[in-house]
Design a protein. Structure first.
Length: 301
């Protein structure tokens, strides 16, 4: 009641006790309130200031405090398994524990705050992209919970482009890159390269010495569409017919098949079953080996 600065008085005309409560949405920054008895009016005043204090405390909650609350929420009110909770704790301890970020109020954490944090955390390339993604998931979960609790209205994590950071490279050897294709061990393959191919790869590495992948236009991994756009451009400049990488893969498999090497061909293409490789085989003109051979593949470019 000591925090209440407005007068409490009895209105004869309304036969009720009246006062005002602070309200920033009103023109005079206050709103009228009345009750039949003084006791009930005081109870309403006390209730108002208790709720106001709770709201202020909520707005002052730090990332560290909300993290602990979020973990309990995930454990008690969601279907998340105990193992996943342990993974959350592990990622928190690895990236966030004892940092200045966790001492900040949730409402004060902006996208630029997170950009600077992750830029510093990844500058020495000690974490892979997947590891940082796991940390981002934890942070994103906490911020989403903060929105549900009406502490903030927008998730700052969603405004951060994580492609801008530097990551620990995937396992790369000099002339062979281990890259999983599909979900089986057959996706790991050896790609035998010609001397000319090696020269091109070494030159690409010189142009992009710190990249995760060999070819990274504008700092991003090259997609199939991106590759084919460039391939079409260079074919046009060279005056040769364009065929997509997908169609070229069909052609290479078809010309490499000699009737007896299906198992070897399946291995080189990263297929777990020879039936998949058979799908790639077409009747092409191996003797002429010219542009007409592509017309017999029977697939779209």
């Amino acid at each position: 009641m000591k925090n209440h600065k407005y007068e409490i008085y009895y209105s004869e005309s309304e036969k009720s006790w009246r006062t005002y409560l602070p309200d920033e949405t009103k023109p005079n920054k206050r709103r009228p309130v009345k009750r039949k008895s003084k006791e009930n009016l005081e109870k309403e005043i006390i209730r108002f200031y208790i709720e106001k204090q709770k709201a202020e405390n909520r707005q002052n909650v730090t990332l560290e405090e909300l993290y602990a609350e979020w973990l309990l929420y995930k454990r008690d009110y969601t279907s998340v398994k105990a193992k996943t909770i342990q993974e959350y704790v592990s990622e928190w301890n690895r990236f966030f524990k004892d940092t200045e970020l966790v001492k900040m109020k949730i409402g004060e954490i902006k996208p630029i705050t997170l950009i600077r944090f992750f830029r510093e955390a990844t500058k020495d390339r000690q974490f892979t992209h997947k590891r940082v993604s796991n940390a981002r998931s934890v942070l994103n979960g906490i911020m989403s919970y903060a929105i549900e609790e009406e502490i903030i209205s927008h998730n700052p994590v969603s405004d951060v482009n994580f492609k801008q950071f530097t990551y620990k490279p995937v396992e790369v050897q000099s002339d062979v890159v281990n890259q999983m294709k599909g979900n089986t061990s057959h996706g790991f393959r050896k790609q035998f390269l010609t001397d000319e191919s090696l020269k091109i790869l070494h030159k690409a590495k010189e142009l992009n010495p710190n990249g995760i992948y060999v070819f990274e236009p504008n700092g991003e991994i090259m997609t199939t569409d991106s590759f084919n756009r460039r391939l079409k451009k260079y074919c046009k400049e060279a005056g040769v017919p364009y065929h997509s990488s997908h169609k070229i893969r069909f052609y290479n498999a078809s010309t490499a098949f000699d009737g007896n090497n299906l198992t070897t061909l399946s291995y080189l293409m990263g297929h777990s079953e020879t039936a998949t490789t058979l799908h790639y085989l077409r009747n092409v003109n191996k003797r002429k080996n010219d542009r007409l051979a592509f017309q017999n593949l029977g697939i779209s470019s």
